[in-house]
Design a protein around this ligand. Sequence first.
Ligand code: HEM
Length: 395
Amino acid sequence: MLLRIIWYYIKGYKIFEILTLLSQRYGSIFRLRLFNKHIFVISGTTTIRKVLLDKRFSNRPYISLIHQTLQSKGIISSNVNKTFKQNKQFLLNQLTKFKLINFNKTDSINVNKTDSINYEKLYIDSFMRLLFGESILSKYSFKWMLDFISNQFKTNNLLSFIPSTKWFTIRYILRFQSKINIMIKNIISNKSLALKDSFIQNYIQLYPNIDQLEILLHDCIIAGIDNPINTLRWLLVYAALNPLIQKQMFEDYNQNKNSNKIDLFINEVMRLTCAGPILIPRETTEDIMLNNILIPKGAFIIINMWTCMRDKDYWDSPDEFLLDRQFSNNPAFIPFGLGYRRCPGSSMSKKLLKELFTKILIDYHITINKNRGYQSIFGIGIKPLSTFKLNPRLE
Ligand code: HEM
């Protein structure tokens, strides 16, 4: 199997594509061996759903990249325990307060009808305001976060997902994380900042535990920027590459603001582009029999979500971009995961993606700039290689 993996890798397949090809040959549960560690790869909607809903698959294995920085606290690196549940519930509550900074304001972001919107900065600024309070926007530049997101795509980031030792620690990610740490510590210790009703102030009032708070903020920055921004990039690329569909969505929205065309478009783009094709690995808490296969306690579990989004048992012509699909009752449509480790940012992201995309659609013609079709590069998420231009609509 190892030779096969190397062969696919040389041929340019991305890691989630390689695992998909292997699952077609070896089934929905197969085992790889790496440095004396057994890795079980889970594929296909039915098996993936069983795993996601089973608490015995919800712990995290040791991965140096994650544990060196997140220290098994907060949400991402923590096992499912009482503090994890508190943190997740707290994050969910706070995210319901998310609001995009007003588009027409020019104070913190230079946005007007003749500029191309820097929507990535718009989102980051809005998100940082939620986490840290309004007052820090003028004091901190978040350009380095965007730079990091671009940089992480310089490598095919396979190493982030395997049970690794310190040799594999990717230095630039650690540098980024230490920069976040310094920023968070500065903000928390700076009493002069007006953090009224911010994430920080609310957390300290409920749980006076600064260590957990720092890691939780860190979690938010790691998990809450990359996926939404990549999904937005894909929405704009798909709109640019399909001008007729873009026109129909625009006209439809102008006639009926409640039309569901934009929702269907967003769902279909999320399905095809799958922001997080490989979930952060899990570890089993006991021996488990799954589909007649014994998965031992302490096994390292990789879940390949790509195989849900393109599962031919659940989608007709799964590789095609079709806008008349049924999403609401389709068990394979789980872009935010499911169960104990489901994404706490799902409601906020759905709202954000719709609001931001609709606003861009009605104000701008979205056209292609660098045309690389639907090609992508895989880092932690999947980023499109095509780029687009936003030209103000004159009508
Ligand atoms: C388009 C936007 C987003 C997508 C597609 C997305 C998708 C996902 C997925 C697939 C998971 C893994 C679920 C699992 O392992 O079962 C996840 C986890 C997570 N997401 Fe999101 N996410 C998005 C936005 C956000 C935002 C805005 C936040 C805000 C902080 C966020 C915070 C998290 C956290 C903290 C986790 C870890 C949950 C855990 O380990 O229990 N996500 N996300």
